[in-house]
Design a protein around this ligand. Sequence first.
Ligand code: F6R
Length: 686
Amino acid sequence: MCGIMGYIGTEKASPIISKGLKNLEYRGYDSVGVAMLSALSGSLEIRKGVGKVDDVQNQLKFDELDGNIGIGHTRWATHGTVSRENSHPHTDCAGKVAIIHNGIIENNIELKKMLLSKGHRFSGETDSEVIAHLIEDRMNSGDIGSVDSIGSVDSIGSVDSIGSVDSIGSVDSVGSVDSVGSVDSVGSVDSVGFVDSVGSVDSVGSVDSVGSVDSVGFVDSVGSVGSVESAESTRFGSCFEDACRWAFGQLQGSYAVLAMVEGADEIVAVRKDSPLVLGQADHGTFFASDVSPFLEWTKDVIYLQNHDFVVARKDSLRICNLIDGEVDRPVDTVEWSVEEARKGNFEHFMLKEIFEQAETIQKAIQQDREVVDRIVQMIQEGFGVFFVACGSSYHACMTGSYLMSKIAGVHVNVVLASEFENYEHFLTDRTLVFAVSQSGETADVLDAVKAAKRQGSKIVSITNVMGSSLSREGDELLMMNSGPEICVLSTKTYTSQVIMMVLLACALAGEDEDCARRVKELYMDVHNLTSKNMRERLRNLASLLVGKDHIYMIGRGLQYTTAMEAALKVKEVSYIHTEAFAGGELKHGPLALISEGTPLFVFVSRENEDRIISNAQEVKARGGYVIGVSDWDNPVFDYWIKVPDCGNLNPVIQAIPLQILAYELAVELGLDPDKPRNLAKCVTVL
Ligand code: F6R
């Protein structure tokens, strides 16, 4: 979903932002835009439009924008149609403040009403636009309440009134100020513009130059005052920060926000329940929704936490937490390489990622023994285990529940994260919830985790993205180790999740060594499945299926959950309606859908051979075209996809040819397999 990219530093920002936006494409989006602060004119320039990053940026010439400070955004429409007006960045009425936002502002209707009543004008229908107007509103109010201390300030613009201030450090320049209340002490001030009236001031350090001052109340002591000159042009950096801080405090919902204002060389940011990470290079600071957009510039990353508030300037970075105050966020090093996040010689990420699976499943099995042992103990000592996930991760969990039952004799409840609230009343402090999410940012999963935590349940997080929200939420963490998955569809991370389920079940049954050996042996099997021959065979099958409106898939046990995953892969990338059923359910309804030539995939294993073949025969008898996925040919098959029999690892082995088929279908249909329509890699809204 929406992607965020920002840069402030000494390099030209526009090519960095453009490239970052390109790298964010995989998250899914429908429009794109940038805001740059021109180094030449000092003005804020916004360019945005509907369409692909390449098309929009070529048309609007993002790269021509000068300046070292910029923000960029890819929007995935939630509130408001896909249009230029609704795309980000959004500005305030004056076009001086620019913001980009990922998440949902739940109280946007009330905020908009309030802002409209104060005369603000909106240009689009998004929930995000309120943020720019809130900042503007606060800046225009000129109202600064009581302040304990102000550190060093570059320049202050026009201010209506300042209440009481304990101490002010060094200030470079002050513009026009209507009135100042009581101030305890002022450090050194370079220049003061026009000031209407000053109340009582205890002590003033050295002041270089003062413009016109109408009236000064009682001043205890003044250090040295240099020449008295007229006011300079004014800027108010800290006022912007202050206004952002206030504006962010008004927001309810989820948000990662970057904000800029004309006249201040800074980017102000905040995150709550939406992803935002910082990259730190010698020449500047990057902001992004995840690490992949800035990997080629830096691997040094700061993972922000909820309510972290960031002020970045060219030569400084300040992070505080709006709840906890001062915080120290460590700089981590990302292990992913730039190459992993690039297509290399492959035509698409989807194909590359399918072909990586011989390696990635080996990495998935390499888990910290002590962590696995602790999780096993938690399952054994707890009462009630839930697997919670969405989409492909949910299918991996379904597979996991069969494996847990079959291998370890343990019962697991598998629940779609979006349905988890219906089970909340079963949760106790003895419940163990496995939250499984490739991205680690799926809002439904994070919401389920929150609910479980409220009841005191323990959480085991399984994710592929270090630093993601989920990776920080759990009592225990297992990483999938798949490397970046850029294609919107889960392929390698799905098989890694299944491997981790096998590992957990085997660890519970005390069969981990055997499990590790079998996964090792799987290397060649997976390698062979991604051979040229297999691809050609599946390409032929794809050409037979492209004209079909419906495809059905059946299996039993582990083959049923594999059929569910295969159906999801085919439908989401080819847009052909594809549905999976448990073999035994066919005659309870779905058989009515079968007519002459209807394609039916049958996933078979030695364990459930007789029953599933008889289901296939029922379909064949009604004119269906049967495609078998098994290790031996059967007369009922019209087409056979040969896979080895790998017992409990069949869900990995049988899923891979269907991933390839889904890919070939998309290519045959002229669709982009990496970015299916309407879908997003990171589903950060509920
Ligand atoms: C399917 C797919 C989606 C995701 C789902 C959950 O190919 O990619 O169905 O599996 O959106 O995503 P994660 O695992 O990131 O929580």
